[in-house]
Design a protein around this ligand. Sequence first.
Ligand SMILES: [Mn+2]
Length: 386
Amino acid sequence: MTHLAKQALRAQRIETASWAYGNSGTRFKVFPQEGVPRDPYEKIADAATVHRFTGVAPTVALHIPWDRVADYAKLSDAAAELGIALGTINTNVFQDNDYKLGSVTNPDPAIRRKAIGHLLECVDILDQTGSRDLKLWFSDGTNYPGQDDVRVRQDRLAQALRETYDRLGAHQRMLLEYKLFEPAFYMTDVPDWGTAYLHCARLGDRAQVVIDTGHHAPGTNIEFIVAVLLQAGKLGGFDFNSRFYADDDLMVGAADPFQLFRIMHEIVLADALNANAGIAFMLDQCHNIEPKIPAVIRSVMNVQEATAKALLVDQPALRAAQDSGDVLEANAVLMDAFHTDVRPMLRELREDMGLDPDPMAAYRRSGYFEKVRAERADGQAAGWGA
Ligand SMILES: [Mn+2]
């Protein structure tokens, strides 16, 4: 069993996010950090560093316009030279003044056209980077009852999605993300997996739902959503992060490692861990008070640990207990796996892969931070990213 688990863990792929490497903050304050990247090329260098020490993070997601460059093929080549590839392209229709009342659902057709134009531009970027996935998240919604018509807004959304979907190449996918609330507080246009599913089902096979673990009400059974979407063939991927209260974007596995294990258990049960299953395992996090690169390394390790535990579930024993109605035994089989210390197995795996068994210590020893802090010293003075 351990051998099979190690094989699966060796093949696991976790995508990091470019924005996790730059300065970020809360609504109240950004605490700038030394050594943060000054441009998309430097974000890619940091992502490649995470891959160098973990061995399982070979792609980095981009966010447009934050990562806009003149030549995406050149950026792609730069990533390849560092041993990684460009991943999911994230769209942004939430930061322009025009979008105060919504982007693709805005009452003004000219603003809707502008928003759709951005989505189509991002498909052009997919073509240039060779990325597979276009990820959409809409901040659209209303703050007050009566502010706008729910069904009319759904129709506007459906039209925008259709136009974008029809522009996708044969090997490209659309990942639609939902979020319960914020920045809209009364009604959000894509608030839950059901709404996202409805739109994706109408669009076609290459429209898939993405689950951001921080985008639910407290107490939501996220692994149930995982199971249902897997069964429907509509789970496209995850934005992993941790939450205590709202969309906290903390390190995945920090707030609730048991939840992460339960999610990965559903993935393993459905044999959806391997790349052929088409599930994108992405990190969507911001590291506001902790050093960023080691925080991403820690997050990758947390996903690995939850996955390893899920792989150690004795599935025949679990099934036998379930079939015989043995509630306590079924629960015990699951908990045995969760309580297993998988860190020795992961250290062995890393040695097998030619990596340092302790990525955090290896990163610290590498001197990478000291190097970029010196190289990028002018960035903080220039206010880069802050
Ligand atoms: Mn997200």
